[in-house]
Write a protein that binds this ligand. Sequence first.
Ligand code: TYD
Length: 212
Amino acid sequence: MSELHTARGRFITLEGVDGAGKSTHAGWLVDALRAAGHTVLATREPGGTPLGERLRELVLHEPMQLETETLLMFAGRCEHVRTVIEPALARGTWVVCDRYTDATYAYQGGGRELGVARVAALEQWMQPGLQPDRTWLFDVPPEVARQRLAASRDPDRFEREAQAFFERVRAAYHERALAHPQRVRVIDGSRPVEQVRAQLQAELDDLLEQAR
Ligand code: TYD
């Protein structure tokens, strides 16, 4: 009975090229939502389920065809949406997901030049209806992202790509923002962390207000 009266949670996704800074802000965002009184699930793609995490290892490190890579992204997403994300939203939990379908449009569709139509077809087949309520797109010029990544760690298959790849990824993300202006909000991630956080705080207040 009470389930019927539980307000559905909100689905938030974080996007951006590697090195744009989304991981820096993800933890802060989760804490801020909890402080506002919400139950929050933090998750990621590729990954988010035991099978999804195994697929993540494969897509990040094994050489494969573009079609295989794209299908594995959606295979992991299917498990994630059906067994984790949808049930959480239904019980009123807010879900913060580090990357989601916009990343497939950006990386496979744009970066690897598969194009929008193929990704859209898979999206339609797998998950009609489940769109994020809000997507924060952390945007930085590829050269800034590269410098940040170079300082950090062992690169995976995506992080090893040339700058032109990241320029295409970024352009494809911008197209997503233009096509979905209500949902996708662009955040200039090249500014100092405090400034980015101030914008995120304002955006978050707006979203919390709407959810009231
Ligand atoms: P990322 O969030 O960058 O993980 P980490 O911060 O731990 O390196 O995601 C891993 C990579 O997966 C990233 O380079 C983008 C890529 N990716 C795709 O190519 N397509 C997708 O659909 C998703 C979800 C991620």
